[in-house]
Design a protein around this ligand. Sequence first.
Ligand SMILES: O=C[C@H](O)COP(=O)(O)O
Length: 232
Amino acid sequence: MVGADLDLIDLAEYIDHALLVPTATPEQVEQYCFQADQYHFPTVCLYPSAVRQAVQLLHGRKTKVCAVIGFPCGATTSGVKQYEALEAIENGATELDIVINLGWLKSGRTEELYREMASICEETGQTVKAILETTLLTDTEKRLAAEICMDAGVTYLKTSTGWFGGATVADVRFLRDVSKGQVKIKASGGIRTVEQAIALIEAGASRLGTSKGVELVMMQQIPKQSEIENSY
Ligand SMILES: O=C[C@H](O)COP(=O)(O)O
């Protein structure tokens, strides 16, 4: 995505509306589902315990339900992650954002990392986003994690949980270059301004995970001062 096209970007089409605070209540889940539907966001992104409620609220609507798995640390066992993923799908989620096992990545247990991601991709058959937590990785580790997850069959490489830092333009560009178009890129964590969101899209992100989706869309809709002045 380059140049003039960027002015035409409708940010709403990119947003996974994320409610991932540990204190999320059913009332907040309802509010996020309502907003995601109202603004036509692709998904609302929630903890597995909120999936059933969200699926009921969004029944018949275009917005889908995305569940986070192994969130936010990724260090539960493969069996637990697999069960969590399958249960989320049974409850109606159609996208899974899974935190990879970072300790395995850093200690060379790459076969286990691959098997964990591959078996979830295979058993669920749904859109899987591998959360790499890029701020905690070296470039060599980012590349290795990306290659393992792509081999395992994920649909997206996702930068961050938002708990340990956030998405950077450099990381999105790096993952785009490593993936060579084989998978999509989701930027997430700390996305707070329209300029930042557009820069991440320009760098190669086709989804943005953010808890501030409504604010971003509202900011985008406010006409620029120069445009107002030019209209007189
Ligand atoms: O996946 C989405 C992120 O957790 C959202 O992070 P944020 O709360 O910094 O927007």
